[in-house]
Design a protein around this ligand. Structure first.
Ligand SMILES: [Zn+2]
Length: 523
């Protein structure tokens, strides 16, 4: 059994642009709990009013699988543990587990902290002993362990023994600078497992691109606790990505951590945390990215249809992901049949229509939402959200340099006419606002749909007809992300087309299931 230790709320917040309110952190904690994470490191108790509020709220929440760990440092060199303010806050915190970070690398003692190596050992032992005596379970985070071990293995091991002998239940080996390679981590971890009487954990960073690999080899060498962050958030190149480590341990190494049932929530939880952290999901992320199980090309798709193992490393259902079959000019009827539940004749009509549209600049690989609508148009199941009478967008630049944008739309829904005007930071934004204003009350789910990505490309591939603009829009309801496309010689018209598709695709019946699943995991 491998203990999964998540540090998204502490180390993950060191990543550029990461900032969460107390409420959002609590929602992340519940998402992690629903995934079956064992330990959630919440940060320093009371290092500032925000952390104080977080610990206060967390102390009153209940979790199914997870326990909260508070994070702090070993005592300062000039004072006793019981007089160290940070340690007293840890001792007083409700968290049953305290993670203490301390020095292990003589270079740091010499150049950064100016602490005598023997005094550092006493600092480790005193601090761990103080918290253990107060009833805490202590994890000792050995900062820069692998650098320290390469420079002076005996001293690095003495630091760990000092923690273990003082009662730490776990010593976690940290590759704080992300400098280490798998063979180095494997060798050092095996020695610690053999020589130190405590459970061993691993905490790595991805600076050498080995964050996940280093965590996995440490487990092979005997580590039983893995620290990391959701989606690999963290400073510089990020922390070890738990979203990659956990399924690899479960599905490929036969090491149980969260269990196969909870593993099926992985994709949903990874995307939910991205949404809460305002991060655009990485489409190429292993196991959970939109492209992780995407197939393109006739032979490839035919192979997957016959036996998915031909082109997939694991069954996407194991991690709660969907297989995606990309639609492109290269592939034929088989691709459409794999994506949609239609008969052969309809599939042939869809392929003809796709080819026609691709010829005029459309591309459906990244526009699955528009493609789903296209299929419905061919099967006669398509129902527009509204009927357009007209829209108009005005952009006005003033003498003082300000640019003002305003859009007016006139549409019909069920025989009723809606005229709405809105201002925006650009014509597409203004049109989006006016449209939502008009139909938002009839379709309340629209409020959950956000436009998350907007890409514009000028196509001048086709001679004689002049340049056209292709707009790709990604929309999300927090769990699911889908793409929509618009093509026109006019950029605003192309954007409008993509905008309407993205909203109509978001309202398709299949998406509401995701909506319910999401509601179940968020309090
Ligand atoms: Zn770290």
């Amino acid at each position: 059994m491998i203990t999964v230790y998540d540090t998204t709320l502490r180390d993950g917040m060191q990543g550029e642009g990461m900032s969460l309110s107390v409420d959002e952190k609590v929602r992340v904690a519940h998402a992690l709990d629903s995934l079956g994470v064992h330990l959630i490191e919440a940060g320093f108790p009371a290092s500032n009013p925000k952390e104080e509020a977080l610990f206060d709220v967390l102390s009153r929440e209940s979790f199914e699988a997870a326990e909260i760990a508070a994070f702090g440092m070993t005592r300062r060199r000039d004072r006793a543990a019981e007089h160290d303010e940070g340690l007293r806050l840890l001792a007083d915190s409700f968290a049953p587990v305290c993670t203490l970070v301390g020095k292990t690398w003589s270079l740091h003692l010499e150049k950064v902290t100016n602490v005598d190596p023997e005094e550092n050992l006493r600092m480790i032992a005193d601090s761990v002993g103080f918290l253990v005596a107060r009833g805490k379970r202590v994890i000792y985070d050995a900062e820069h362990f692998f650098d320290g071990y390469r420079a002076d293995p005996d001293y690095a091991l003495r630091c760990l023994r000092a923690a273990a002998e003082a009662g730490a239940e776990n010593v976690t080996l940290c590759d704080t600078n992300g400098s280490s390679l798998p063979a180095q981590v494997a060798e050092a971890t095996a020695r610690v497992v053999a020589e130190v009487r405590a459970e061993v954990g691993i905490h790595t960073h991805d600076d050498s691109g080995c964050g996940v690999a280093n965590s996995l080899v440490a487990v092979e060498a005997g580590a039983t606790l893995v620290q990391g962050t959701m989606n690999g958030y963290g400073e510089r190149c990020g922390n070890a990505n738990l979203v990659t480590i956990v399924p690899t341990l479960e599905l490929k190494m036969g090491r149980e951590c969260i269990g196969r049932d909870r593993l099926r929530r992985l994709t949903e939880v990874a995307h939910l945390v991205d949404e809460l952290c305002n991060v655009t999901p990485n489409a190429n992320q292993p196991y959970v990215g939109a492209n992780a199980f995407a197939h393109k090309g006739g032979m490839h798709v035919a192979g997957v249809n016959r036996d998915a193992r031909t082109f997939e490393h694991v069954d996407p259902a194991e991690v709660g992901a969907d297989r995606r079959v990309l639609v492109s000019e290269l592939s034929g009827k088989g691709t459409v049949l794999a994506r949609a539940d239609v008969d052969g004749e309809t599939a042939a009509r869809v392929v003809d229509r796709v080819k026609e549209l691709e010829h005029s600049g459309y591309q459906f690989e990244a526009a699955d939402g528009s493609f789903d609508l296209l299929i419905r148009k061919e099967t006669g199941e398509y129902e527009p959200l509204f009927r357009l009478e007209s829209w108009r967008a005005i952009v006005e630049k003033r003498a003082d340099g300000r640019v003002e944008t305003e859009a007016t739309i006139k549409i019909w829904v069920d025989g009723e006419r809606y005229v709405r005007t809105a201002e925006g930071n650009g014509p597409v934004n203004a049109l989006d606002k006016a449209l939502r204003e008009a139909i938002g009350e009839r379709y309340p789910h629209l409020r959950d749909i956000q436009l998350v990505n907007f890409k514009v490309r000028i196509l001048d591939e086709r001679k004689g007809t002049g340049a056209v603009t292709r707009v790709l829009l990604d929309a999300s309801d927090g769990t699911d992300t889908w793409g929509a496309i618009g093509v026109s010689e006019n950029i605003i018209e192309a954007s409008w087309e993509a905008l309407v598709d993205s909203l109509e695709a978001g309202m398709l019946p299949g998406r509401s299931q995701h909506q319910r699943a999401r509601a179940a995991t968020t309090p």
